[in-house]
Design a protein around this ligand. Sequence first.
Ligand SMILES: Cc1ncc(COP(=O)(O)O)c(C=O)c1O
Length: 438
Amino acid sequence: MKLNPLASGLNERLETAAPEVAEMLSPMGRGLYFPKGILSQSAEATEKASRYNATIGIATEDSQAMHLSTMARYIECLSPDETFPYAPAGGVQSLRALWSEKQRRENSNMQGKAVGLPIVTSAITHGLGLVGDLFVGPSDRILLPDKLWGNYRLTYEVRYGATIGTFPFFSGSCFNIAGFKEALAREAAAHSKLVIILNFPNNPTGYMPTVEESREIVSSLLATADSGTKLVVICDDAYFGLFYHLGGESSKESLFGELVGRHQNLFSIRLDGATKELFAWGLRCGFLTLGPGDRNSAEEVIDVLDAKLRGAIRSGVSNSPLLSQTLVERCLTDLESIKERDDKIEILRERAERVNLSARSSRFSDSWEVYPFNSGYFMCLKIKGVSAETVRRYLLDRYQTGLIATAEYDLRVAFSCLELEEIEPLFELIDRSVRDLT
Ligand SMILES: Cc1ncc(COP(=O)(O)O)c(C=O)c1O
């Protein structure tokens, strides 16, 4: 495996300081590093961005973490038995059933589909690792759009030794269907099995496809499966439900429901959770749902893979925290909590609308293009004439404002952390910085 330069740097330091310890490392130990990207840029912003900090992948309100006050209240009244014992490896059964009901309520395309009972994970990152345990090895190839959450690389390249291929996410203001088909054909010609990651709403762009685009994505996948390639499709639905339909109606359902039970060569897995949807990032409560392609064998396949996943959990983290599961379960059964969640989504929708208006103002057209966005926590600018990293540093040092550079010209704005009145001034500052630098 080709080492990331950050891993090589750490290995060299270890070889200098303690060559004996360097020799003890496993191949994965040698490959591991702590990524620069989002986390180190966020850390810099925490130190310097005293004016605006739009770096973090959570939502804030009144200068603290957005949260459901109903959920906070439950913490004080839980019994010891709801808090301290071990949870089952696959999660609390009643919570698994409730989450399954929620999924079906929110996705009419799941009606009548044979899917697994959601397995509780220590949030979505853990779910991605479990999919890796089951489906990803050193010879595997992963395909995803070029606007991606960087942690996929650490998970699948470093931990599982797979390689990642990308295709351009957008064609104009649409999902790049032609590019997706071309990439599928190219990769399928070279690999008998492919792992595809579809993350909608997307991090970093905040894009959710339209119903028509979703249909095209599904038919491209089915055609590839039909030509004989085995497909594992991971639907990373971390930001599910945060749909604002800016500039037109987007789809409101996960692709997962469209993919299940459609072709024996296509196995889908849905990853979703309370982290982003219920504004409970630190509770680490997520779900993994199995979606077999062949209805005839679905029950048996789910039974077998559920057992294997519970084995992976047992041997990895043993089980996920019971306290978190109890809180999420309470939240799902409390109408007041659900209403509160809807109110928070409305706050984010208002912010997204203000961002859409401000960022697209014609007075900024010399400084950036706005990538399509309509959902989620983030949006992205394509900066003109100067690198995103240069603008990021300038904003931080000159204007105490934190954003994330996700690619050479891409600057991510987490509007989930901006109050309404901060939005217009933030874009003014970005524009001033780009002008100063060009
Ligand atoms: C696309 C995407 N998937 C997964 C995650 C991880 O979520 P969790 O905190 O549930 O592990 C994130 C978090 O930033 C994300 O943006």
